[in-house]
Design a protein around this ligand. Structure first.
Ligand SMILES: Cc1cc2nc3c(=O)[nH]c(=O)nc-3n(C[C@H](O)[C@H](O)[C@H](O)COP(=O)(O)O)c2cc1C
Length: 195
């Protein structure tokens, strides 16, 4: 889109609403990114769908964190973060770590952390990655925290991770008869892990 002049506040509001609609139509898996807060005592977690694998050699990942998020201030000081991929049954946790009011009564999710390689990982998550921060790139109102993988655990083959699309939680479930192990996003020999 080419603009001849600066957008008005009204035009910008419409464009931002369209942007939100478009980007939320791309299904995303849902994770909790976390790091230890001050003095390494209290883990601070945030629901995040921006987790991305960046490089295989070396193994680099990134998360994009809003500068207004509390985790942002934590990651300015900490050197490591963990990304725990949520299971589809953990939507309440995703809501809680996205700032939604706590669920009440017996539906309130219990939060259990464990330390893995210097970062807090959620117990019962499908999979996790712990990364040591190598680069902090300011990108608009977010910062990309690029980290080198220090620890990781793969999901069970039967795992069905939580997904988010157009304001709804769902689940990521592969079709059993659609194996494409001859294709590999990283190039090189085909992936043997799931074969
Ligand atoms: C499905 C989902 C994915 C999200 N992904 C991100 C993300 O990748 N980066 C981000 O900064 N905020 C993301 N958010 C928003 C934060 O989780 C939310 O603003 C949170 O309240 C920020 O943490 P804080 O309240 O501790 O500051 C996401 C929210 C949802 C519901």
């Amino acid at each position: 889109m080419i603009r001849s002049s600066e957008p008005t506040a009204a035009t910008r509001a419409v464009e931002e609403a369209t942007f939100r609609t478009v980007v939320s139509s791309f299904p995303a898996s849902v994770a909790v990114a976390a790091a230890y807060g001050g003095e390494r005592v209290e883990p601070h977690g945030m629901t995040a769908s921006s987790f991305l694998a960046v490089s295989l050699r070396p193994m680099l990942v990134l998360i994009s964190v809003a500068r207004s998020a509390r985790l942002h201030a934590v990651l300015e000081r900490q050197e490591r973060y963990a990304v725990s991929l949520l299971d589809h049954r953990q939507a309440a946790l995703a809501r809680g770590f996205a700032g939604a009011p706590a669920d009440r009564g017996r539906d309130a999710p219990e939060i259990h952390w464990r330390e893995v390689s210097g970062a807090p990982v959620l117990e019962d998550a499908c999979a996790h990655v712990v990364a040591e921060i190598r680069d902090r790139h300011r990108a608009g109102d977010h910062t990309l925290f690029i980290g080198e993988v220090r620890a990781m655990a793969p999901p069970a083959r039967s795992a069905t991770p939580l997904s988010y699309q157009q304001g709804r939680f769902g689940r990521v479930a592969a079709d059993d008869d659609r194996w494409v192990g001859d294709l590999d996003p990283w190039g090189g020999p085909p992936c043997i892990v799931w074969g």
